[in-house]
Ligand binder design. Structure first.
Ligand SMILES: *Cc1c(COP(=O)(O)O)cnc(C)c1O
Length: 394
C-alpha cells in the first residue's frame, strides 16, 4: 500500500513539523505561505449550501485559511483534536473557563496562577456564582481531597507564574478525571515544544501566543487546544463568544512559529548560563529555575518536560524594597517591562501579595528575569553594575 502524505507526516521530527505544517502551496498557486485573509462576508453558491453550512468557510469570525494554517501547526505540536485562536493570552484563559464552568460549580485554581487569571476568577466567576478555591501548586495527588461532586475544572499552570513550582500534572489529571472534572493548563512557559500536556492527561491546553510563538514583542494573541472529549464544546463556545483573532496578528504568529525551535533553544541556553551565574553570586539568595538541580521539583521537570525556556526567578539578598528598587532602576540593557519571550531581556520586581499559599522562597526580594537573545556577557555586566548601584556589592 502506498503511503499517503498524512502517513509520511507522522514520521517527521518535531522541528520539521514546526517548519512545514499548515502550508498548502498547491492551494495558493505555489506560494509557500498562506494568504492573510481579511474577511467578514463569505459568499455561498445557493440557499441549500447557506442553510446547511455545506462549505468550509462561513463567516469571518468562524475561521479563515490564515487562522486554519496556524491552528494546524498548534494541533500538530499539541496532539489536540482542535484549536481556537483568541485575541490575547488572557482571553485564552477566560474563554475556556466560560465555556466549561457554570453557576453553582466549584473550581480549583493553582495559587501561583498568572495574576490576571486570579482577577478574572475572583471577579467574573465569583459574580456568576462559582465557588473558586485556590490550591497549593505542589499538591499533586493530594488534590483528590479538594475535589467535590460539583468540581468542574482544575486549572493548572506549570511552572507557576513568578514562583516557578513544577506541578505533578499526571497525578492531578488522574485525581480530577476520577471525579469527572476536566483539567486545563496554562502551558505558555514550556510551549508545546517542551511540554506535551495532552499526552500527560490534560484536557485543554492554553497558550499566550504573544510569547515564544510570536516572539517579537509586537502583538498579543492566544490559543486554546482541546482533546476529543472537550473539543466540541470549546469550538461551539468560541463561535458563540465572537472572540476571534485578527488576520494580521495570526499571520505574524505563523511567521514567528516557524523559527520558534531555534529561538527557544538559544533562549534556553542563555537562561541556563544566567541562572548558574546568578546561583553562584554572593548578592543572590536563591535562583528559581526548573532546569537547575537545586530546584525543588527538578526531578518532576526532568520526567515531564523536554527542555526549559528563558524565564526564571532569582531573589536579591535583602528585605529592603527601596534597595531592590535601586538595583532595578539601575538596569540599563535589561528593560523594565511586562510580558516576556521576546528577543530582548526584561526584568520585573515581583509582587506576591495576592498569594494565599505559594509565597515563594521566603528569603529576599524576587526578580523575574526574561532572558532574551543578547550575548549573556552583556547581561551579566548589566546586572553586575546594577547590583553595585543598588549597594549589594562594592
Ligand atoms: C503573558 C501571559 C499570559 C497572557 O498573555 P497576553 O497575551 O499578554 O494576554 C497568560 N499566561 C501566562 C503564563 C503569561 O505569561
Amino acid at each position: 500500500m502506498s503511503e499517503t502524505k498524512a502517513d509520511q507526516a507522522k514520521v517527521y521530527q518535531q522541528d520539521t513539523k514546526l517548519t512545514h505544517t499548515g502550508n498548502h502551496p498547491d492551494a495558493y498557486h505555489g506560494f509557500v505561505n498562506p494568504p492573510v485573509v481579511h474577511a467578514s462576508t463569505v459568499l455561498y453558491p445557493d440557499y441549500d449550501t447557506m442553510k446547511n453550512r455545506k462549505q468550509k468557510y462561513t463567516y469571518g469570525t468562524r475561521g479563515t485559511p490564515t487562522t486554519d494554517a496556524l491552528c494546524e501547526v498548534i494541533d500538530e505540536m499539541e496532539g489536540s483534536a482542535g484549536t481556537v485562536l483568541v485575541p490575547s493570552g488572557l482571553a485564552a484563559i477566560t474563554i475556556p473557563l466560560l465555556a466549561f464552568v457554570k453557576s453553582g460549580d466549584h473550581i480549583l485554581v493553582l495559587d501561583s496562577c498568572y495574576g490576571p487569571t486570579r482577577e478574572f476568577c475572583d471577579d467574573v466567576l465569583v459574580r456568576m456564582g462559582v465557588d473558586v478555591e485556590y490550591y497549593d501548586p505542589l499538591i499533586g495527588a493530594g488534590i483528590a481531597e479538594l475535589l467535590k461532586d460539583n468540581t468542574s475544572v482544575v486549572f493548572t499552570e506549570s511552572p507557576g507564574s513568578n514562583t516557578f513550582e513544577v506541578q505533578d500534572i499526571p497525578a492531578i489529571c488522574k485525581a480530577a478525571h476520577e471525579r469527572n472534572a476536566i483539567v486545563m493548563i496554562d502551558n505558555t512557559w514550556a510551549t508545546p515544544l517542551y511540554f506535551k500536556s495532552l499526552d500527560y492527561g490534560v484536557d485543554i491546553s492554553i497558550h499566550a501566543l504573544t510569547k515564544y510563538p510570536a516572539g517579537h514583542s509586537d502583538l498579543v494573541l492566544g490559543s486554546v487546544s482541546a482533546n476529543e472529549r472537550c473539543w466540541k464544546q470549546l469550538h461551539r463556545h468560541h463561535g458563540i463568544m465572537g472572540c476571534c483573532a485578527s488576520p494580521d496578528d495570526t499571520y505574524l504568529t505563523l511567521r514567528g512559529i516557524r523559527s520558534m525551535g531555534v529561538r527557544i533553544r538559544e533562549h534556553e541556553k542563555n537562561a541556563i548560563e544566567m541562572a548558574k551565574w546568578l546561583e553562584d553570586h554572593p548578592a543572590i539568595a536563591s535562583v528559581l529555575h526548573p532546569a537547575l538541580p537545586s530546584h525543588p521539583q527538578h526531578e518532576i521537570w526532568k520526567r515531564d518536560f523536554k527542555g526549559s525556556t528563558g524565564l526564571f526567578g532569582f531573589t536579591l539578598k535583602t528585605d529592603d524594597m527601596e534597595k531592590a528598587a535601586r538595583f532595578y532602576d539601575a538596569l540599563e540593557l535589561i528593560g523594565r517591562g511586562y510580558s516576556w519571550a521576546g528577543y530582548e531581556s526584561l526584568a520585573v520586581l515581583v509582587n506576591l501579595s495576592d498569594r494565599k499559599i505559594a509565597k515563594g522562597t521566603g528569603d529576599g526580594i524576587l526578580v523575574r528575569l526574561n532572558v532574551g537573545l543578547e550575548d549573556p556577557a552583556d547581561l551579566k555586566a548589566d546586572i553586575t553594575q546594577a547590583l553595585r548601584a543598588g549597594g549589594f556589592t562594592n
